[in-house]
Design a protein around this ligand. Structure first.
Ligand SMILES: C[S@@+](CC[C@H](N)C(=O)[O-])C[C@H]1O[C@@H](n2cnc3c(N)ncnc32)[C@H](O)[C@@H]1O
Length: 436
């Protein structure tokens, strides 16, 4: 077992590894296959997942799991390499996207249904329901009517996977058609936004997805992996997962960042829209009507009730103590985050086979002048949960933006003269540990 001092020293002298930077991976590679179906904050690039699977589970009888599955990057890559995979995420939007992204559809089926959809769109008169009051905050009335027409036409599609495919395109398009400030990671109104025609913008994205599905479908048929199972569940990963002990061979995951992205807020347009239709989206009304409660269960979210417990990490304790000197509510948020993550590591240990590896992709940050050494805390907490070190990798994040700064209010990229700027992450770590 590494001592705390030794963990800190190892990270201090760690140099970024060129082979993990994927400098040459252009947009066409990072958005290949189904990866571009839906925007999702803090998704990792598929190249990292692919390399980790190739390095740590080269035999495709090995099962891969992602307990923070997000929009399904791990599951899509696992399927392309012929591995069974299982993902969990607390966010129902993540489940919708991942299920859509991992199911290849015969290309002709999609083209036929696109034509049918257009006919339904022309002929359907939607029965407008009273929408959630927040909908009129985000959309103008005319847009809501247009979106309703599209939505009703989609629901006439009979085949389940195809209908979900169209709904995924619809969900992605909601942000484009709303007053939401594009590229902002916080829910902010853009007063000057020119709202596009909902149908045109929906079809543009749908056509892109149809093209990407064709790529995915052909690749899987060619390799004989189209039936390889990829299962995604909506679950809170701090609780017991519905898997037998010692079932999984490899975990690849990027946990939520502390106080950085509010996933529930960011997906509120889809949550509100689908939540108003409990007939088709069973239980989604719980996520929109009881939004505050739902939001509280996300790891890393702000203003949760203070929890108590041992972090199983000396480094975490030092960070939280330092934050208490600066800002008490922030210290509580970070403390809750470390306590939640400790629970997830315990569960990861239970579901992994002995000798199985867990790869955690995580970045460090700085809050109010206090260094939040997440990667070091992960290493320490995992050791306490009976994992041993395999390797720690430092990688440079290929930030193609011209500025490394973000506005702390809107989350938008900003210039260096902005007083409320915060630095976007430059490096991240892959902490690879083994169950013993
Ligand atoms: C950094 S993102 C993962 C992104 C993913 N790697 C991808 O490529 O799409 C972290 C995810 O953790 C999820 N999450 C937050 N709290 C959770 C919890 N308690 N249980 C399960 N998932 C949770 C969020 O919804 C989010 O999708």
């Amino acid at each position: 077992m590494q001592t705390v001092a030794s963990i800190q020293k190892t990270f201090k002298i760690l140099k970024p590894q060129e082979k993990w930077s994927f400098r040459d991976a252009g947009r066409s590679q990072t958005t290949a296959f189904t990866h571009a179906y839906h925007r999702y904050p803090a998704k990792f690039i598929p190249q990292i997942v692919r390399k980790l699977i190739e390095d740590y589970a080269p035999d495709n009888t090995q099962v891969v799991c992602d307990p923070f599955g997000g929009c399904g990057t791990t599951l899509v890559e696992a399927k392309l390499l012929g591995h069974k995979s299982i993902g969990f995420d607390i966010n129902p939007v993540a489940k919708l996207i991942t299920q859509t992204k991992t199911v290849p559809i015969r290309p002709r089926t999609l083209v036929n249904n696109r034509n049918k959809f257009l006919k339904y769109y022309e002929t359907t008169t939607p029965h407008f329901s009273n929408r959630h009051e927040r909908i009129s905050y985000w959309f103008d009335e005319e847009t809501v009517h247009e979106l309703d027409r599209i939505y009703f036409a989609i629901k006439k599609i009979k085949e389940y996977n195809t209908r979900r495919f169209f709904l995924c395109a619809f969900s992605h398009n909601l942000k484009n058609c709303s007053r939401w400030l594009m590229k902002s990671i916080k829910p902010t109104i853009d007063k000057n936004k020119v709202i596009p025609n909902p149908l045109k913008s929906f079809l543009r994205h749908l056509d892109l997805m149809i093209k990407k599905n064709e790529q995915f479908y052909s690749k899987l048929v060619e390799s004989g992996y189209e039936k390889v199972s990829a299962k995604m569940y909506r679950r809170d990963s701090t609780k017991k997962l519905p898997l037998n002990s010692s079932f999984i061979d490899l975990i690849i995951t990027s946990p939520p960042y502390v106080t950085s992205y509010e996933y529930a807020d960011l997906h509120q347009l889809s949550l509100l829209w689908f939540g108003d239709d409990p007939k088709h989206f069973k239980k989604w009304n719980r996520f929109s009507d009881e939004f505050i409660d739902f939001r509280r269960n996300f790891i890393g979210t702000r203003s949760k009730k203070e929890k108590s417990g041992d972090f199983d990490s000396v480094i975490a304790k030092m960070i939280v103590n330092d934050l208490f000197q600066v800002k008490r509510p922030l210290a509580i948020d970070v403390a809750n985050y470390f306590l939640d993550m400790k629970k997830v590591f315990g569960e990861m240990h239970r579901i992994l086979k002995p000798g199985g590896k867990a790869c955690i992709i995580i970045g460090n940050t700085n809050l109010r002048g206090v260094e939040i050494s997440n990667a070091q805390v992960v290493a320490e907490q995992m050791q306490q949960a009976s994992f041993k070190k395999v390797e720690f990798i430092k990688r440079e994040i290929q930030n193609k933006m011209i500025t490394p700064w973000r506005d702390s209010e809107t989350g938008k990229f900003t210039g260096k003269d902005n007083h409320s700027k915060i630095r976007a992450y430059e490096f991240e770590y892959v902490v690879v540990m083994e169950k013993y």
